[in-house]
Design a binder for this molecule. Structure first.
Ligand code: FES
Length: 81
């Protein structure tokens, strides 16, 4: 089955490049050009590499404050001000 129709690259070819050390879509592209034209195959290439679709960026703190709760004294602020 074709993964990249722009360059006629098959799933088997992508898997072989991955086994040969191409562990990112960019390296797959260097090996066989897959993903370098329309780009519609990049997600499938990521899946074949076991990386899934591009992860959505989640808030760094996953809902928790990024900084620990600091008192005004910790921050050098005058409590009375
Ligand atoms: S389908 Fe792979 S670059 Fe277009």
């Amino acid at each position: 089955m074709y993964v990249c129709s722009c360059f006629g690259v098959t799933e088997q070819q992508v898997k072989q490049h991955a086994e040969d050390g191409a562990c990112t879509p960019r390296r797959i592209a260097s090996a066989c050009k897959a993903g370098t034209d329309c780009g519609s195959c990049v997600r499938r290439i990521q899946e074949l590499l076991g990386r899934g679709a591009s992860p959505r960026r989640e808030p760094t703190g996953e809902g928790r404050p990024l900084l620990p709760n600091l008192s005004n004294a910790d921050l050098g602020l005058d409590e009375a001000a």
